[in-house]
Design a protein around this ligand. Structure first.
Ligand SMILES: Cc1ncc(COP(=O)(O)O)c(C=O)c1O
Length: 399
């Protein structure tokens, strides 16, 4: 590096990351994102992919991506303030239909959707009230909002949310209030208490911004997400989503009113000043994925059948699965070395890949492996994982 000060800074940071265990080996997938695939040269059963509905390698989706490339080419013609592709507009209409909103605006990823969707809808004097365990992209999106009041309520604690709304209402002389939350929390797999939040939002004249990343394709009878799950249509003003989980492609979006669509289209800087949007292949693939989710609702059913079975078996063996209510099921071990060892033995001895997480990703003492079952895992595969977990769990004295 040319500048010694800069080089020293980067090296010190890397040393710190090594100490925290943040530079642990990252597995390299060298095959399709399916229940079994090739990681680092060997066949492995994958139990930590976000491919909830098993759509990532669906032949129709792959073909749709190819067809869209053939028709539109590989990239985008210009920034969206200048010109856009008809297939991207078609996708936005279909996403709105999927979320049952008036409109949906696409971003290149879910992270960018939060970075671009949160701060433009806030102005000076507004207040943000946020769950303490909200995703990093929500936190970053909120940080960009200028001159707004902030309050963080205890995770899922509706009494604390009410207290924070009361306190901020006293201080607030003008402006709107936004309650913002993940709908499914990615480390514990618990679900936000949307009905109570709606009541509080009505009582305190607030609006709700919901990050439906892990809920779309997962919650609700037809996989439309948290609003369908709680039958709360027209009660949530902004729903953000990602395409990179159950939809199994790449991209993000903000769904809401038509007015919100037009407003963000002109005022969201990561949207307006970028040419990097969903490519034609991603649009084609996503349109097909949405079509399959609608056509084959049994995928959501299979995901939940697998989830219930796996959770029940884990719990009956005596594993601590925390407060999970969704396919994200942590196996909480409470010790960083044990969590790493459990993940390592599953991988080395049993050819099963499940990632371990420790502080600072999860609180100290909540070290875990995080399992995610998908719709395409067979019962045989789940039984194989359960037997391996039982064996290693006993030998490590976790159960
Ligand atoms: C709750 C939540 N919000 C936003 C994102 C970001 O979405 P994407 O992966 O599309 O950038 C994630 C992804 O991990 C997430 O879990």
């Amino acid at each position: 590096m040319a500048n010694p000060k800069f080089e020293r800074f980067i090296r010190e940071q890397v040393d710190e990351l090594k100490k925290l265990g943040f530079l642990s080996q990252i597995r390299i997938l060298n095959g399709p994102n399916s229940a079994k695939s090739i990681i680092d040269g060997k066949e492995v059963l994958i139990l930590c992919a976000n491919n909830y509905l098993g759509l990532a390698n669906h032949p129709e989706i792959i073909q749709a991506a190819k067809d869209a490339m053939d028709k539109y080419g590989a990239g985008m013609p210009a920034g969206r303030g200048v010109m856009t592709l008809s297939i991207l507009l078609e996708l936005e209409r279909k996403l709105a239909e999927f979320k049952k909103t008036e409109a949906a605006l696409c971003y290149p990823t879910g992270y960018v959707a939060n970075m671009g969707g949160i701060w433009p809808i806030l102005t000076e004097g507004d207040t943000i009230v946020s769950d303490e365990l909200n995703h990093a992209s929500i936190i970053d999106g909120c940080r960009l909002a200028k001159d707004t009041g902030r309050a963080v309520y205890k995770h899922l604690d509706m009494q604390d949310l009410e207290n924070k709304l009361k306190e901020t209402a006293k201080e607030r002389v003008k402006g709107k209030t936004m309650i913002i939350t993940d709908s499914v929390f990615s480390m514990d797999g618990d679900i936000c208490k949307l009905p109570e939040m709606i009541e509080l939002a009505e009582k305190f004249d607030a609006f709700i911004y919901l990050d439906d990343a892990h809920a779309s394709g997962v919650l609700g009878k037809t996989g439309r997400g948290t609003v369908e799950h709680f039958n709360a249509y027209d009660k949530v003003d902004v729903v953000m989503g990602t395409l990179s989980k159950a939809i199994a492609t790449v991209g993000g979006y903000i769904a809401g009113s038509e007015a919100l669509y037009y407003y963000l289209h002109r005022r969201s800087r990561p949207f307006y000043f970028s040419t990097g949007f969903l490519s034609p292949a991603e649009c084609g693939a996503t349109l097909k994925s949405l079509e399959i989710i609608k056509r084959e609702p049994d995928r959501v059913q299979r995901l939940w059948d697998n989830t219930r079975y796996f959770k029940k078996e884990l719990e009956s063996m005596g594993f601590n699965t925390g407060v999970s209510q969704t396919p994200i099921t942590p196996v909480i071990v409470g010790d960083p070395e044990k969590a790493q060892e459990l993940s390592r033995r599953l991988y080395q001895d049993e050819n099963i890949f499940v990632q371990a997480f420790s502080y600072p990703v999860v609180p100290k003492g909540k070290d875990r492996i995080r399992t995610i079952v998908n719709a395409h895992h067979s019962r045989e595969q789940l039984d194989y994982v359960l037997a391996a977990l039982e064996r290693i769990g006993k030998s490590l004295q976790i159960i």
